[in-house]
Design a protein around this ligand. Structure first.
Ligand code: MN
Length: 190
């Protein structure tokens, strides 16, 4: 068995002007595809080839000798989650149930956005900003480095923003904060 890159859930130009078709051509068509291709090469012929992405991530997390497999599997999963975290004409209000939880755990939607943007901005180098739910159902904002993923830490991902430079450099150059604002105001798929 091998993994197949998932299709984007919208057309490549559908997130313009906030994310260009050109960015998605590279991001989905090259960067993401490379993680899936590398994962297939790395697990080919091993018992890992019959596992799901989630099982591979959990199996390989924290094991130095399996870090290449972890990195490619986690990046495949993180990107698939990221594609789903956005939609054309996104942003606006969360669903009522999520909004209630956000207000309970962050005081307000505005405070949540502030904290999420701060996580995106303060992630030094490559990584991800996340809204997650912990084991007791509490919402938290976290950031992870490189390929690291909430799945490996027993946390349930709700929303993610890719803050690797390849996610925004063609459209925003060094302005990661503007990319985070555009995500929160116009793209996020609650
Ligand atoms: Mn990426």
């Amino acid at each position: 068995m091998s993994f197949t890159p998932s299709e984007l859930p919208y057309a490549k130009a559908a997130l313009e002007p906030y994310i260009s078709a050109r960015t998605l051509e590279f991001h989905h068509g090259k960067h993401y595809k490379t993680y899936v291709d590398n994962l297939n090469k790395l697990v080919s012929g091993s018992q890992l080839a019959d596992m799901t992405l989630e099982e591979i991530i959990k199996h390989c997390a924290g094991k130095q000798e399996l870090s290449a497999i972890f990195n490619n599997a986690a990046q495949a999963w993180n990107h698939e989650f990221f594609w789903q975290s956005m939609r054309p004409n996104g942003g606006g209000e969360p669903t009522p149930k999520l909004k209630q939880k956000i207000e309970r755990d962050f005081k307000s939607l505005a405070k949540f956005k502030e904290e999420f943007k701060a996580a995106a901005l303060s992630q030094f180098g490559s990584g991800w900003a996340w809204l997650v739910e912990d084991e007791s159902g509490i919402l938290k904002v976290i950031k992870t480095s490189n390929a690291d993923t909430p799945l490996a830490h027993g946390l349930k991902a709700i929303i993610t923003l890719d803050v690797w430079e390849h996610a925004y450099y063609l459209d925003y150059q060094n302005r990661r904060g503007d990319f985070a604002d555009a995500f929160l105001e116009h793209l996020v798929n609650w």
